[in-house]
Each structure stands twice: as structure tokens, then as C-alpha cells.
Ligand binder design. Structure first.
Ligand SMILES: [Zn+2]
Length: 523
């Protein structure tokens, strides 16, 4: 009788646990949002959650009232690129003028490399007399660094400024168009592709550096939104060797990488998953590449653009349907979102559970919301983008359209779940800030006072689910992680604050005290 009871609880009381947490507020994030005081772990899995653990444990931690949450999952980021920026990119974030950009380049320039690569400039931070902030041109770069190859990515990664040496290298040295040296989206990608790839040693260093920063922020899992085969297999090798411990959901690039994984089948290990493909429909709002249904309010000559021919999207979606892969498409403008919905509609039927995603879903025409629910299309949002963009987005798209921008609550209501992430390094990677931005829709100083379009805020419970169990669901892993339930991986964080009850203004100051992955203490 006793044995049967124990079996029902999936735990034999005669077996001791490896680790027991007691006296905590443990947010299981299960279906009923249960909070318990104790959790036991054995062999990397959760074997008990409740308030009355009866068996022994090799190690017991008295939480002294501290809060435990499932390990945070970033549902959309650029983990590998972030690592690359740590290895060889000059950080241009926060520069308040183009002169400051130049100063930082001069500080970091050395004779070891022919390349100067920078990332993070944002002309919206530069003050100018008439209020509008045009893109810079490459004149000063050519004058000051005549022998170097220079590529400087804008903060959103969709625009780059390159010098004439690179324009010559890629046969794009033309005078017309944007300020000289500015390349957008497809052209920017051509320039980036000309940069020498990381050596294997650099790649390993990049991965481990990126992982370390993620751990500091309480992330146990990340989704990298677009990787090539070599990088994915390098991650697998480092994980297999026990060197890399972060869990990675890798979206495949829509090229030979996708074909490779279609042929060999989805990859699914304890820490690595490849079961999706990444597409781009349009560019970014900040560089006016996001495709709008009507022209930009402050730049009526442009409405952004769709980056590929429809035949390309159809071909990839067809392959995905046939092979059971998930499609995840970047779409930011209301035109880009509609285009993606139109393409998806050709392949999806109602009641499907393929979880095809629209990454960002930043501006959605009011008639298009219901199409997410109708075909079970999942929005993948980055709540911090709302905070990053709120000071200038209205100027770009006008007072009407801004009401349908960053519409997180309405997107959530379509399927009753969504994926949240950060798009780092394009935005702050800290999942606590994602939580805070989702709920407060304010910057960390509490502005604007009433929140930016507060009717589209998430509740605290929704925000927590969006960076744990729903993010797991967005990669078909809700049965193995994302909540603290018996049988699931023991991935969890201990925080200094109670995200559910602390005053909102206190949340950004939350400290990550400990991180465990598969029951192993990482931080
Ligand atoms: Zn992205």
C-alpha cells in the first residue's frame, strides 16, 4: 500500500535525494501556479515538490524564505553573435555622437588586425539641430583609417556602416542611395559575410564567454535565432565534452544548414535541440527596414521592404511542412507580419500544433490579430524592445499605428500563451528586466509614470510563464523543462526578490543568487 502511494508520487521514499531545498517560496509555475516550500532533486531531475519531504538528502539548503523559479529561458536571442562581439567587436553602445564612435575606434584600434569591427551604434541617441537623426556616412572612417577594413553594426544589426575598403571588397562602391557606406539588411549581410569567420579557437572562446554572461543573468536555456551547421556541431561537441552546460535551442539557417538537419533528422539531446528554421521577412524599425502597410510617418518616401521573394519563403515552408520542422520568421512591421501570416496560411490548417512562430510581431494591424489564434501561430516577443523603442517609435509610425505596436496582451489572448525573450545583444539579456518590462512597460527609472500603452502589459504570472514554461513550449520542451515539477530537469534559479509580490520599482534591482542546471550548481 505504502509502495503504491509512493509510486503515485513518482518517488520512493527509501531513496535519498541528492539535494533538498527547504524553507523557500518555490514557484513551480505548474498549471495551477502552485507555490511550495520544499523541492528535492536526484540525478538531475526533480523528484519532489511539496511541503513535507519525508526522506533524507545528501545536501540540504535552507532557503530562509528566498524565492526559487524555473531556470529562465530566453526564447529568442543571438547567443553566438553575442559571444563573437565579446571576442572581437568594439562596443559602440551608448555612444552619444558619431565623434564618440570614432573615439572608441581610435582607442581600440591596434596593428594586429586589418579589421575594425564594431557593434551597437544608434543614431537615435545623437542629438541634432533639426531633431531628426540621419545615418552617418563613411567619410571620416576613410580618412582616419585608410588601411583598415571597417564594419560597424547598428544597435539592431540590420544596418551597418562600412568604409570604402569594404565597399570595394564586395563590389558595392556606389555613390547613390543611403549615406555612403550605409548598407541595410541583405546588403549588410553581404558585407558581414566578407568578415573572416571566427577560427575554431575564437568560436570556442566566444561560446564560453557568452555562456558565462548568461549564467550570471540566471539563464539556463537560450534559443539562438539562426545558426550555421558548423557552429551548431561545435556547440554539440563542447556540450558532449561537458565543457558547455547551457541548454541551446538552435534555429537552423535556411540554407545548407537546414537541408543538413532535414536529412539527418531533428537533433535532440539533453542540452541541444535543432527542430526549427529561421526566416527573415523584413528589417528593423530603427533602420526603417521594417515593412509597413503604409509609408513611414516621418519618411513618406519609404515603407520598408520584404527581404526575399515569396518563392523563397514558400520553398522553405514546404520543406518544413514535409519534414516536421517548425518555422520561425522575423517580422516587425505590420506589412511584414501580414506577409508572414499570408505565407503561413498557405501551409497551416486550423487546429494544427506545429507552433509556427512570428518573431517580434512588433506592429500588428488590428484586423490581423485574430489570424494568430485561428491558425495557432505563436508570437515570440521581446518585451524590452518596447522600452528600448518607446521614445522614438511613435515618431516613425505615427499616433494611429503606435497603438498597435508592442501589443503583447492582445497577442497573448489569441492562443493564451506566447514566447518571450530579448534578442540580445540587441537588447538587455537580463530575464528579470524582461519580466519587469512586460509588466511595467516602463524603463528602469519608472518612466513613463503610467507605463507605455499599459493596456498591453502582461500580468506578473503571465510574464513569469512567458520566460519559463511558455518559452519551453515554444520549442516543444514543455514536458522536460520550464516548470518545477516531478520528472522534469532540475533547472532553477534562486533570486533575492519575490517577483510576484515585490514593488515593481524594486524588481530591476533583483539579484540572481544561484543557478542550477540538471541539479548541478552553476552559480
Ligand atoms: Zn533576432
Amino acid at each position: 500500500m505504502q509502495t503504491d502511494l509512493n509510486k503515485q508520487n513518482n518517488f520512493h521514499y527509501d531513496d535519498s535525494a541528492d539535494l533538498l531545498l527547504v524553507n523557500g517560496r518555490i514557484y513551480t509555475v505548474d498549471e495551477h501556479f502552485t507555490v511550495v516550500s520544499q523541492m528535492a532533486v536526484r540525478d538531475g531531475k526533480i523528484v519532489y515538490t511539496g511541503n513535507n519531504f519525508k526522506s533524507k538528502a545528501k545536501e540540504t539548503i535552507d532557503l530562509q524564505g528566498k524565492c526559487v523559479y524555473p531556470g529562465f529561458i530566453d526564447g529568442h536571442c543571438h547567443f553566438v553573435y553575442f559571444g563573437e562581439t565579446l571576442v572581437r567587436y568594439i562596443n559602440l553602445k551608448g555612444c552619444s555622437s558619431f565623434n564618440e564612435v570614432i573615439e572608441r575606434l581610435q582607442q581600440h584600434n591596434n596593428n594586429d588586425s586589418n579589421w575594425i569591427i564594431g557593434q551597437g551604434w544608434d543614431q537615435n541617441l545623437w542629438t541634432s539641430e533639426n531633431g531628426s537623426q540621419p545615418f552617418p556616412d563613411n567619410k571620416m572612417l576613410n580618412q582616419l583609417f585608410p588601411d583598415k577594413f571597417i564594419l560597424l553594426s547598428r544597435v539592431d544589426g540590420h544596418a551597418v556602416l562600412v568604409n570604402d575598403n569594404i565597399l570595394n571588397l564586395i563590389n558595392m562602391n556606389k555613390e547613390s542611395g543611403n549615406p555612403k557606406g550605409i548598407l541595410l539588411d541583405n546588403d549588410a549581410d553581404i558585407a558581414k559575410a566578407a568578415i573572416a569567420p571566427l577560427t575554431d579557437g575564437q568560436l570556442k572562446t566566444a561560446l564560453l564567454k557568452a555562456e558565462s554572461v548568461c549564467f550570471d543573468n540566471g539563464l539556463s536555456s537560450i534559443t539562438d535565432a539562426g545558426l550555421d551547421k558548423h557552429t551548431i556541431l561545435t556547440i554539440k561537441k563542447l556540450q558532449d565534452e561537458g565543457i558547455m552546460k547551457i541548454k541551446v535551442n538552435a534555429m537552423a539557417n535556411p540554407d545548407s544548414t537546414f537541408d543538413f538537419f532535414i536529412n539527418q533528422g531533428k537533433l535532440e539531446t539533453d542540452r541541444l535541440k535543432v527542430q526549427s528554421v529561421k526566416l527573415y521577412t523584413d528589417g528593423a524599425l530603427g533602420s526603417r527596414g521594417a515593412k509597413l502597410l503604409q509609408p513611414y510617418t516621418d519618411s513618406p518616401e519609404t515603407e520598408g521592404f520584404i527581404v526575399k521573394d515569396d518563392s523563397f519563403y514558400r520553398q522553405i515552408c514546404r520543406k518544413a511542412i514535409d519534414s516536421g520542422f517548425q518555422v520561425c520568421t522575423h517580422a516587425i512591421g505590420d506589412g511584414g507580419v501580414r506577409h508572414t501570416l499570408d505565407i503561413y496560411s498557405e501551409f497551416l490548417s486550423e487546429n494544427n500544433d506545429l507552433r509556427w512562430r512570428i518573431e517580434h510581431s512588433q506592429i500588428v494591424d488590428s484586423t490581423d490579430f485574430q489570424r494568430y489564434g485561428k491558425l495557432n501561430i505563436i508570437p515570440s516577443i521581446q518585451a524590452t524592445h518596447c522600452i528600448d523603442d518607446m521614445s522614438w517609435a511613435g515618431k516613425y509610425i505615427g499616433t494611429q499605428r503606435i497603438r498597435n505596436a508592442y501589443p503583447y496582451r492582445r497577442l497573448l489572448s489569441e492562443n493564451n500563451w506566447l514566447v518571450n525573450g530579448t534578442d540580445f545583444p540587441w537588447s538587455n539579456m537580463n530575464p528579470v528586466i524582461t519580466f519587469y518590462s512586460s509588466v511595467a512597460r516602463q524603463d528602469i527609472d519608472g518612466n513613463p509614470k503610467e507605463g507605455f500603452q499599459p493596456h498591453d502589459a502582461l500580468t506578473r504570472e503571465q510574464a513569469l510563464r512567458s520566460i519559463t514554461i511558455w518559452a519551453a513550449k515554444g520549442q516543444f520542451e514543455e514536458n522536460v523543462k520550464g516548470s518545477l515539477e516531478t520528472g522534469k530537469c532540475a533547472d532553477f534559479v534562486i533570486l533575492s526578490e519575490d517577483l510576484m509580490t515585490a514593488p515593481l520599482s524594486q524588481i530591476p534591482n533583483t539579484e540572481m543568487l544561484s543557478l542550477y542546471i540538471n541539479g548541478e550548481k552553476i552559480r
